[in-house]
Design a protein around this ligand. Structure first.
Ligand code: ATP
Ligand code: MG
Length: 556
């Protein structure tokens, strides 16, 4: 079926108007609704009442010149280019040129007018005006998208980018709500930005990327009804790999959602990585999404993807920089510690070795043994220091693998105590208690040893006058809790906060040797087990360290 175009003839000559009407209605390629006016005033009134696709305008009217009328139509009515064909008399070409300069689409000389000429001129005028309208629309769209893109890409902060994007798209498409849904690598995705708050507790669905509709639980937590949001098809679309725009309303018979993927470049791979979805939602009143809306959303999504990529890149660079800084601080701490902590034992070793070398004749057997003992003890200390520093370095910067196995805690601690018996000596009374159910524990033996050897050695080392060292294991249903309690020197309140950081020591350690690494190692190992460690202490009374470890670490 042909489109019907509205055409207005403004001419004071009724006979001419009749001819034009007859010619035009005979056009087999076009269908017209024809309006007529015999003077400028009536013509203006009709223009105001109805949107005309083409105006045939006589240059000479009783109440106004055609030129004047052309200007008024331009200014008052359409404010854009008016599809006007001027009808002039023979010899009035000068006027015709003037009117063409002002933007009329064509002019025809009345005396030469034939049916074919008029039909062709009107058809061309319509075509030209349609193209012009399309061009204007495209330009306007490009301008809007460019402004939107500029606003989105002004920030390098991901949250800000997403929030700007949803607000801008809502304005651009004049819709009810816009959201950004982000896919997660192996679990659910979630809404990360919405033009309408609150949104954080809204679950789109439980599983993303599952093709079977039956396995998807559609869930709504009360902030939006399912009718309002229609969450379920989104993962389904993703599963189908529809990388072009998808109009959910048509394809899945759901409410008015328009969804486009946010595709990021994929490290040289030609298939982009689908980061998430940009969803426009319109529920108030009927909304038929136009190709234009789709294209705009797609273009904004491209810009958004660039902005996201830039923000992610910046975050990665900042993280790398922070790690680099951390490494530098750590390295300088190592240098300071090594130079400081090595000097004292080295001096003792050198002094003992030199005494033995120079005066071994004069020294009796027990004295010689004592000097050799000093050398061995100091060398062991230095070796432990190196081991600890390497371990902290590994724990803090490389994150070693956590390899849990089933551990019999009773047997584990018996072996550990046996191993540490030498260190415990006779000045301390060691009390070992087990309560509750300690079975069913999974952990990494190497890391567990690091935790408890450090805590036990602290309890003994920092109670130089001896006393009880209590070790208590409480087996609970899903976790095991350990207390190590001593009656030693305690820790001043002000120092307690930082003790789990590498190289920090209490201000009351006096000559008790140490590098300040044991608790940092213990904490890192506890965290690899997804557990927690805390400490309570009072100067002169003693210290209690509590470690809670899940029996089965959640990541396994
Ligand atoms: P090392 O690296 O040889 O273990 P360290 O014992 O000094 O050296 P951490 O085990 O990390 O290092 O302990 C840090 C600090 O916390 C200690 O220097 C000490 O001041 C304090 N501290 C830790 N445990 C106890 C405790 N049971 N009683 C008193 N102070 C303690
Ligand atoms: Mg220690």
């Amino acid at each position: 079926m042909l489109d019907t175009w509205t055409l207005l003839i403004i001419d004071d000559c009724a006979a001419d108007r009749k001819i034009y009407r007859r010619y035009l209605l005979k056009d087999p390629h076009q269908s017209y609704k024809i309006l007529e006016a015999d003077c400028a005033e009536e013509g203006l009134a009709l223009c105001q009442k109805e949107r005309c696709d083409v105006i045939l305008l006589d240059f000479c009217l009783p109440d106004m010149s055609g030129l004047e009328l052309f200007d008024r139509i331009q200014q008052e009515i359409f404010k854009t280019s008016v599809p006007v064909i001027m009808l002039t008399g023979r010899g009035d070409e000068e006027i015709a040129v003037q009117v063409m300069k002002r933007g009329a689409l064509d002019y025809l000389v009345k005396q030469n007018l034939t049916q074919d000429v008029l039909q062709l001129a009107v058809r061309n005028a319509i075509k030209q005006s349609c193209l012009q309208a399309q061009l204007l629309k495209t330009q306007e769209r490009q301008r809007l998208i460019a402004t939107t893109a500029l606003r989105i890409r002004q920030s390098l902060n991901l949250e800000q980018i997403l929030n700007t994007a949803v607000a801008e798209v809502q304005q651009l498409l004049k819709c009810d709500r816009v959201i950004v849904y982000k896919f997660a690598p192996d679990t659910d995705g979630k809404i990360v930005a919405s033009s309408i708050e609150p949104y954080r507790t809204v679950a789109l669905c439980d599983r993303v990327g599952v093709g079977d509709k039956g396995t998807r639980r559609q869930e709504d937590r009360g902030l939006m009804t399912r009718e309002e949001f229609s969450p379920s098809p989104i993962p389904y679309i993703y599963e189908l790999g529809l990388c072009n725009c998808v109009n959910l309303k048509e394809q899945f018979n759901t409410k008015a959602n328009l969804v486009v993927p946010i595709n990021l470049r994929n490290n040289g791979n030609s298939t982009p990585k689908v980061w998430g979805l940009l969803i426009a939602h319109h529920n108030s009143g009927e909304r038929h999404w136009q190709t234009d809306d789709t294209e705009m959303l797609n273009e904004v999504s491209v810009q958004l993807a660039i902005a996201i990529q830039q923000a992610e890149l910046l975050a990665q660079t900042q993280a790398a920089l922070a790690k680099e800084k951390q490494l530098n601080v750590f390295k300088s701490q190592i240098i300071t510690t090594v130079s400081h902590e090595y000097r004292t034992p080295l001096t003792s070793i050198l002094a003992a070795a030199s005494t033995l070398g120079k005066h071994s004749q004069q020294l009796d057997e027990p004295k010689q043994q004592r000097f050799l003992g000093i050398i061995e003890q100091k060398a062991r200390y230095m070796s432990k220091l190196v081991d600890n520093m390497l371990l902290v370095n590994q724990l803090e910067l490389e994150k070693p693998k956590f390899q849990p196995i089933s551990v019999d805690l009773l047997q584990f601690f018996s072996e550990l105590l046996e191993q540490e018996r030498e260190t415990i000596g006779d000045r301390h009374e060691f009390i070992f208690k087990i309560t509750g159910n300690h079975h069913g524990f999974w952990g990494d033996r190497g890391l567990l040893q690091q935790i408890f050897i450090n805590l036990m050695s602290n309890a003994i080392k920092y109670s130089p006058d001896g006393g009880n060292v209590e070790f208590h294991l409480i087996g609970k249903e899903s976790e095991a809790v350990f207390y190590i309690k001593d009656q030693g020197i305690g820790i001043p309140m002000a120092d307690q906060e930082n003790l789990f950081q590498s190289f920090s020591r209490g201000s009351n350690v006096d000559t008790i040797p140490g590098t300040g690494l044991g608790l940092a190692i213990a904490k890192a190992c506890v965290e690899l087990h997804s557990g927690s460690i805390s400490l309570s202490s009072e100067v002169g009374q003693g210290t209690k360290v509590t470690v809670s470890l899940p029996k089965i670490c959640p990541t396994n």
